[in-house]
Structures are given as C-alpha cells and as structure tokens.
Design a protein around this ligand. Sequence first.
Ligand code: HEM
Ligand SMILES: *[C@@H]1O[C@H](CO)[C@@H](O)[C@H](O)[C@H]1NC(C)=O
Ligand SMILES: CC(=O)N[C@H]1CO[C@H](CO)[C@@H](O)[C@@H]1O
Length: 362
Amino acid sequence: MAHAPLLAAFVVAVAVAVVVASSLGPGASAAEPPVARGLSFDFYRRTCPRAESIVREFVQDAVRKDIGLAAGLLRLHFHDCFVQGCDASVLLDGSATGPGEQQAPPNLTLRPSAFKAVNDIRDRLERECRGAVVSCADILALAARDSVVVSGGPDYRVPLGRRDSRRFATRQDVLSGLPGPSSNVPSLLALLRPLGLDATDLVTISGGHTIGQAHCSSFEDRLFPRPDPTINPPFLARLKGTCPAKGTDRRTVLDVRTPDVFDNQYYVDLVNREGLFVSDQDLFTNAITRPIVERFARSQREFFDQFGVSMGKMGQMRVHTSDQGEVRRNCSAPNPGPAAADALQWPSIVQTIVDAAEESLG
Ligand code: HEM
Ligand SMILES: *[C@@H]1O[C@H](CO)[C@@H](O)[C@H](O)[C@H]1NC(C)=O
Ligand SMILES: CC(=O)N[C@H]1CO[C@H](CO)[C@@H](O)[C@@H]1O
C-alpha cells in the first residue's frame, strides 16, 4: 500500500515523458531515420566543433547575395548521393582521368557557383580547424540542409562522418544513377527501392523542386511536337512563352507559385497540373503517390516533418566511413598519392611496389 503514491508518481512521470517526446519538433522527432554505422551527430565535436555553424553562416551570407545558390547546393547533394553514394564524387574534376561525373549530361546543368561555394566552405573550415578534417561529402550534406533552412524550409539534423571517395564516377554511373525528367513514377520507384527509398520518400525529396530553375531542354519534349495533355492550359501557354521552340536556351522556375521559397507550394502546383517535369506531374497522376501529394499540398507541416526524415535516408545512401576513402584537401580532386585506405587495395599496392622498385633502380 505504501507503494501506491510512488507507483502513481511513476505512471505520471512516464505519461509526461511520452507527451513531451511526442511533442518535440522536427529534428528531435522519433521518426528520424537510423544513423548509419560510422556516422554520428557529433562527429566533429572534438576536431572541428564550429563546423556546422561555419557552414550555416557561409550559406546564409552567400544565398543572400545569390538566391539561386540555395537550389544549386541542394541539387548538388542529391546528385552526389544518387551516383555511387554520398561520397562527393560529383565534385571531382573529370579532366584528370578523362570525362567523369561532371562531363555527363545531367551534370551540365549543375551550377558552377555551387561547386565554388563548396570549395570556399572547405577553405574556411580548413583555416578554422587546421588540416583537412571535415569531408567534402559532409559539407555537401550540411550545405544542402542549410540552403533549405535559409530558403524558409525545415531544419533537421544531419549525421556526419562521411568520407570522400577517390573513385571517379563514369559517365555511365551518372546516366544510370540519376533519374531523368521524363521518368514516370513506376520507373522512379524502381530506381529508388533498391536504395531503400519508398513512395513517401520519392514524393518528399521531389519537394526539393520547390526552389530553383530548369532549362527548356529539360521539359521541351512535353511541349513539342504535341503538348502533354496533363499540363493545365494557362500553364502550357506560360511555358511556351519561355520556350517558344525546341532548342531554346532559357530557363524557368520549378515552382511557379513561390519560386524562391522552400514551402509546400510545389505540391499545390502538382494538384493544379502545373508540375514542370513528367517526374513531378506523374506524382499526382499516379494512384500510389497521389494521396501523398494531396496530403503535403494540404499540410506544409507534414511535408516539413517528412522532409528531414527522407533527406536523412538519402543523405546516408552508400556512405563511406571510418577507414574507407579519405578526407579530401581539395574537393575537386583526390588527394595526391595513394591514400592510406586505398593502399590496401591490390592495384595501389602493386603500384607502390613498382614505384619502389623503380626508385631503387635509380
Ligand atoms: C526524383 C527525380 C528527380 C528528377 C528527375 C530531377 C530532375 C531535375 C532536372 C531535370 C532539373 C533541371 C536541370 C536544368 O534543366 O537546369 C532539376 C533541378 C533541380 N533539382 Fe531535381 N530531380 C529530381 C529529384 C531531385 C531531388 C531529390 C532534389 C533535392 C532534394 C532535387 C533538387 C533540384 C533543385 C534544387 C533543382 C534546381 C537547380 C537549380 O536551380 O540550379 N531534385 N532536377
Ligand atoms: C583543386 O583541384 C582542381 C582540379 O584538379 C584544380 O583545378 C584546382 O586548381 C585545385 N585547387 C587548389 C586550390 O589547389
Ligand atoms: C558545364 C557545366 O556547368 N558543368 C559543371 C560541371 O562540373 C564542372 C566542374 O569543373 C563545373 O565547374 C561545371 O560548371
């Protein structure tokens, strides 16, 4: 009997804990995806404690001067993750070993300003934290998140500790890894499922198209020779105004309602048949994804909560950790010489032996 008050207190405490836990905002929500082995939220706590604030401050300043940079940085992270994992291979300058990821068609429309921003952030981190400690792949993940936040979108936590790959992606890696704008939902899901992403993730990360621009070349097959009947007529007229003929070199916004704001209006566009690409509009046409589009069009809150979750999954796809890869000193090039981890691979060992032999022979 003497235990009754204690028990009651315990029950109340548990109830309070449950209520508090379930009312925490995004970032602390229980829906956060699991953290991949080797990654952690406080990865740079000792080596570069200000890493996250340095990236945030840089993105804030840079996006204030060039609003398009936010879209450029967000897209760069997406491309990185979909081609051989989030390993910063998208940043490698192809010239050294022949055409790499950057020379492949989908990359031709990545913004040069975003590549430059990543290297500028790296330089700033290097100065503040002495030596290459923060990987280029982590910079991409943080800069994408901060671009979302600065544009009015949700804040979410990013697990850190990705390592940079030394492997250049081939043109084929890029073409097979990245979906094209003419893809429909079944083919998008077929691409995403093996990566651990489902229909909700597809609809959610496609919401990245709430900011940024696209070239006529990316959607002109919906205008010519015959217009795609799913496009709503006033929107079609508008698109034809920007792209009057096949081959026009101009750009238009991805979200016709609020082109520079990260919000849920992209989904309202889709409901109104004002999606720019087939890959956008089909999310509303397709019976599996349509209810998710409608839900996000109704509730920005639900979109925002899910965005951190789905980006968390995307941002951890096939990451390199611990002794895999390296931390690049220059985000555009692998570090010179064989990296510690790569020295374990046979070709590098053979090369090292050959080098040593040549050296000893004078
Ligand atoms: C689902 C499949 C996707 C397809 C087929 C796709 C395709 C494209 C295409 C064709 C462009 C325009 C390129 C141009 O003409 O300049 C573009 C732009 C963009 N994409 Fe995607 N994308 C997809 C998913 C994503 C995801 C997951 C994100 C980020 C979370 C994203 C973020 C962006 C952004 C921000 C832009 C504008 C870039 C700028 O203004 O420079 N996209 N996308
Ligand atoms: C970084 O690497 C790229 C590609 O190899 C090169 O063009 C650039 O000059 C390098 N930057 C620095 C600061 O060394
Ligand atoms: C043509 C183009 O814009 N391509 C980009 C792809 O990657 C290179 C890296 O050298 C960027 O500088 C280019 O701007």
